[in-house]
Write a protein that binds this ligand. Structure first.
Ligand SMILES: Cc1ncc(COP(=O)(O)O)c(C=O)c1O
Length: 383
């Protein structure tokens, strides 16, 4: 199934015993872990070499943004998404989740409301409460071969306490890439109600459909876009989550100045190896990214074919990400997650995303492992 260009993606190191969150969950059991969103692939050589060079330097003192960090990100955003940013707006943060948590504290008061589309990556649901703010959920609606925004539900969800919109764009878990038209409509709403958009674009480099393209929210020609905060990272695309390096693009100078204090002394600096990896990935990682996308398209097709053959299962194909969001509600199985685990397949549980009855599969593993996992998916729902 894989072409020679994909050989890097067949031969993966054994992650057991390395402290891998993904592999340790069912350590010692015969369960294939296709849950948390990291990949089983090694990062590209260009990234590994940059880390080795930084290690050879041998001094790992307190480190802030190296001079090429923001320019490397700016070049990457221009090349991939046609978005020109001022590198001076970039703040490094050890994670996108950290960035979201900071915006809750920085741009909303206690009991203020943060809107978000569901189902969604679990921290979107839990972080507002941890900050003493409220999460308001707006369900995405399945419409044919895509998920759409329920515009009719929007007015009732917005109150004078709505201060932030946390957009996951492209969306995890549905893989939806929001169109320019949808983004402009969201921008109008934000402008009308004084809401600040925080756009988590961690998945932006993994758009599967070449014709679709990712439109960064903050790149829109709109006043709400000029105020929006964008969160990005090289971690999903080049498998660097454990190195803790992400970035916020913060257009307002006052907000940018208050960014670090809003962490309340709890947020560490980004580590030097994370910076080295990020710069190399953004500057030199594109050929590998394109090979990865070719493999992921095959994996999505394999998964869609398997799902279509299992009675009661259905899915709307992702437009981005290496995630498959599978509707199990018609199978008659009360707990699809438990049924999968019993069959030796470890998915993410839809309940964690605000939607019971669904599972999420992470397809970023060698093809043979995915095929074995899909076999177990069949067994899980065999009548
Ligand atoms: C939408 C989204 N945002 C953020 C993250 C995690 O980001 P970080 O590891 O930089 O905190 C993930 C990880 O899966 C994600 O899917």
């Amino acid at each position: 199934m894989t072409s020679p260009a994909h050989s890097d993606f067949d031969d993966c190191p054994d992650r057991r015993g390395t402290g891998s969150e993904k592999w340790d969950l069912w350590a010692g059991e015969d369960v294939l872990p296709l849950w948390v969103a990291d990949m089983d692939f090694q990062s590209p050589d260009v990234v590994l070499d940059a880390i080795r060079t930084r290690v050879d330097h041998g001094v790992f003192g307190y480190t802030h943004e190296p001079p090429d960090f923001a320019p490397a990100l700016a070049d990457h955003l221009r090349r991939l998404h046609g978005w020109e940013i001022d590198p001076a707006l970039v703040v490094a943060t050890p994670g996108v989740v950290t960035g979201l948590a900071i915006t809750a504290r920085l741009l909303a008061e206690p009991d203020d409301e943060i809107l978000t589309f569901t189902p969604v990556y679990p921290p979107f649901l839990t972080l507002p409460g941890l900050a003493g703010r409220r999460c308001v959920r707006l369900p995405l609606v399945p419409a044919g071969d895509t998920w759409t925004i329920d515009w009719d539900a929007m007015p009732a969800a917005i109150t004078p306490r709505t201060k932030l919109f946390w957009l996951c764009h492209p969306h995890n878990p549905t893989g939806t890439v929001f169109s320019r038209g949808d983004l402009l409509r969201l921008a109008d709403l934000c402008e009308r109600h004084g809401i600040t958009m925080v756009s988590d674009e961690i998945w932006a480099d993994l758009v599967l459909d070449e014709h679709l393209g990712h439109v960064p929210f903050a790149s829109l020609d709109h006043p709400a876009a000029k105020r929006a905060i964008t969160l990005v990272a090289p971690s999903k695309t080049w498998n660097l989550a454990g190195l803790g390096c992400a970035a916020a693009i913060v257009p307002d100078a006052t907000t940018k100045k208050r960014w670090r204090p809003a962490g309340g002394g709890l947020v560490p600096m980004v580590n030097p190896l994370g910076y080295a990896a990020a710069i190399a990935a953004w500057r030199q990682g594109d050929p590998w990214r394109r090979d990865l996308l070719a493999l992921l398209r095959q994996h999505h097709a394999l998964t869609a074919a398997a799902v279509a053959e299992i009675p009661g299962l259905s899915m709307i194909g992702a437009q981005a990400t290496y995630l498959a969001w599978i509707d199990c509600r018609e199978t008659g199985v009360a707990d699809p997650y438990a049924a999968c685990v019993a069959a030796g397949l470890g998915p993410s549980d839809g309940r964690d995303f605000g939607t019971p009855g669904f599972i999420r599969l992470n397809l970023a593993c060698p093809t043979a492992r995915l095929e074995a996992a899909l076999g177990r998916l069949r067994q899980a729902f065999a009548q």
